[in-house]
Design a protein around this ligand. Structure first.
Ligand code: 6PG
Length: 250
């Protein structure tokens, strides 16, 4: 099975975010029409903020039946849910509360727990329950996974040369950035690569080097983790802006 890849270049972060909002509404509406619901994994960091703000605007909000959406996260920092660095807090404040999403449909990674591996296993079990399967089953298919791209080429919390990159038998793991002495919780490639659709949101010149390597010749996933994202039978849509694209030769 092949992976469909598209690259759309936009003038700037704002135009990128507007296009991604339309595309998300379209993917979500298709999912609801086909399967009765829309299961999405949100990205963290700074980039998705404008996308999330856009989705709550009066002209965008009606584009999707938000009551049929289930919200998960692709990764989380090991901080309390009200911490300023929390990916959950960011999405809750900018997207989920303004859209009045039913808390039962918001599935937060409990990455603040001292036993991070147990928390990761519990999150995988929560995903499994949402699909009425067990975690021994093949990974379920998210309708959409939102991803960013770090300047070092990481995506979600799949950082270069970290153990999470080679996990094949789990959907969610703890991942330690030894040199930075920080821990994260993250989706693994087996789960990400079952997604029907993946959006990479990559604006800004700071991402130029990582983006060029993402499309480069090397298949060195350890060095460039975003290259490990190729959902068989799914599609990857890159949303990039002119600044990020400056180093691309294509
Ligand atoms: C996180 C994200 C991470 C992010 C990239 C890009 O928890 O930070 O999941 O993978 O997408 O680091 O971050 P920015 O959007 O802040 O540039």
């Amino acid at each position: 099975m092949t992976t469909k890849v598209t690259i759309d270049r936009f003038a700037d972060r704002e135009q990128l975010s507007l296009a991604a909002a339309d595309a998300l509404a379209s993917v979500g509406t298709d999912a609801i029409r086909s399967r009765g619901r829309f299961v999405v994994a949100l990205a963290g960091g700074h980039t998705p903020r404008r996308l999330y703000e856009t989705l709550t605007k009066p002209e965008y909000r009606p584009k999707l039946d938000w009551g049929r959406a289930e919200f998960f996260w692709g990764d989380e920092r090991c901080v309390a849910p009200d911490h300023e660095d929390s990916n959950y807090r960011m999405a809750r404040e900018i997207l989920l509360e303004p859209l009045r999403i039913n808390p039962a449909k918001i599935h937060r990674m409990q990455a603040e727990r001292p036993d991070l591996e147990a928390a990761a296993d519990d999150y995988a079990a929560e995903i499994a329950a949402c699909y009425d399967v067990t975690t021994n089953a093949p990974p379920p298919r998210f309708d959409l996974v939102l991803l960013g791209l770090g300047e070092d080429g990481h995506t979600a919390s799949l950082f270069p040369y970290t153990r999470a990159l080679v996990v094949t038998d789990r959907w969610i793991v703890a991942n330690e950035l030894i040199e930075l002495s920080i821990n994260r919780m993250t989706m693994t490639f087996p789960l990400i690569n079952r997604a029907r659709t993946i959006f990479f949101l990559v604006p800004g010149s700071a991402k130029g080097h990582a983006l060029a390597n993402a499309f480069g010749d090397s298949n060195d996933i350890a060095r460039y983790p975003s290259r490990g994202v190729h959902p068989r039978g799914g599609q990857v849509r890159w949303f990039i802006d002119g600044d990020a694209a400056a180093r691309l030769t294509t």
